[in-house]
Design a protein around this ligand. Structure first.
Ligand code: GTP
Ligand code: MG
Length: 299
């Protein structure tokens, strides 16, 4: 994870510790800008990083490695912290104390990791003592129901499903009723992956949202899709509304820019990152930890 960004900042640290001319600084920063963009850092975010470094250097040239590292850490932390802080489990606890069940609809394009993320979150909630039910509201993709049923069995959780081709909003609605009747705490609603440009499927999502009025609309994006993840987040937010975000497949992404881009541009809570295919491969999004992965002393 984050190897690309780590390499860029290591190189940069070497180049700007010590006295350099304004012209050299500009050349170095131009190069860094392009490297950042190649690592999936959105244009505006790369620009922000480079300008911050320039300002800080012009205020006071960096004397040594340590000074550079401290400034870079501060800049990156500021960007990551734009994703407002939200402790997912605390948030669910808070909601559940007022109204049960807490309902969460998962959104995202095909194959990003929605169903896997639901299973991981279901396990986490179950382990925290919440009574969880899964909703197989992907009635569209062949094999989708069997996939989420498999997780329900493995995790020993109830699941509500209808036939393939049936109305996903009806499945979601039935799951909420089921939870209400049994006093369950949390409903996790799986949905069919859809391109954000597919109007019919987006309308179907809107219908689910109208019918169940979820407490959270959680967008799942795939770290490997780079800048497209940002476009997806913008579109889903405009079309359906997004309350918080999970970045899946961080483990498979060597670049790392997507976390910076989403945090800075979308400014919604990033609640988890997916770091593998197993149930426990879901970590809290921790800006401090990410900064220490990205900015580290060369070894
Ligand atoms: N390495 C890695 N793989 C993941 C992660 N999350 C999901 N996957 C894998 O990504 C693939 C797609 O995951 P799904 O959960 O089926 O994705 P989906 O969004 O539900 O897909 P559709 O239902 O087809 O839209 C599977 O092979 C998962 O095992 C992750 O954090 N890391
Ligand atoms: Mg799925």
């Amino acid at each position: 994870m984050f190897e690309g960004l780590r390499r860029i900042f290591r190189g940069l640290t070497e180049k700007i510790s010590g006295k350099i001319s304004k012209k050299t600084l500009t050349e170095i920063l131009d190069e860094i800008f392009l490297e950042l963009v190649e690592c999936d850092v959105a244009y505006v975010v790369a620009e922000k990083i480079v300008e911050e470094i320039r300002l800080r250097y012009e205020e006071r040239p960096f004397k040594n490695h340590n000074e550079v590292l401290n400034v870079l850490k501060e800049i990156i932390l500021n960007i990551l912290e734009k994703a407002s802080n939200q402790n997912f489990i605390n948030e669910i606890t808070k909601h559940a104390s007022k109204k049960k069940p807490v309902t969460i609809v998962f959104l995202g394009i095909n194959g990003v990791g929605k169903t896997t993320t639901i299973a991981k979150i279901a396990k986490k909630l179950r382990d925290h003592g919440f009574k969880v039910v899964l909703s197989a509201a992907d009635t569209y993709r062949a094999g989708a129901q069997e996939q989420i049923e498999y997780h329900a069995k493995k995790l020993n959780l109830p699941i509500i499903k209808h036939k393939y081709g049936s109305d996903p909003a009806a499945v979601a609605y039935d799951t909420v009723r089921y939870a209400e009747n049994r006093g369950l705490d949390v409903v996790l609603i799986d949905t069919a992956g859809r391109m954000h440009t597919d109007i019919d499927l987006v309308n179907e999502l809107k219908k689910i949202v109208r019918v169940v009025e979820p407490d959270f609309k959680t967008l799942v994006v795939d770290a490997l899709t780079g800048n497209d993840a940002l476009e997806q987040a913008k579109m889903f937010n405009e079309q359906v509304g997004v309350d918080n975000i999970v970045i899946a497949k961080m483990d498979a992404d060597v670049k790392g820019g997507v976390a910076l881009s989403l945090a800075y541009v979308i400014q919604k809570p990033i609640v988890f990152i997916g770091v593998g295919q197993k149930y426990d491969d879901l970590e809290k999004f921790d800006p401090q930890k990410i900064v220490s992965l990205i900015i580290s002393e060369a070894k």
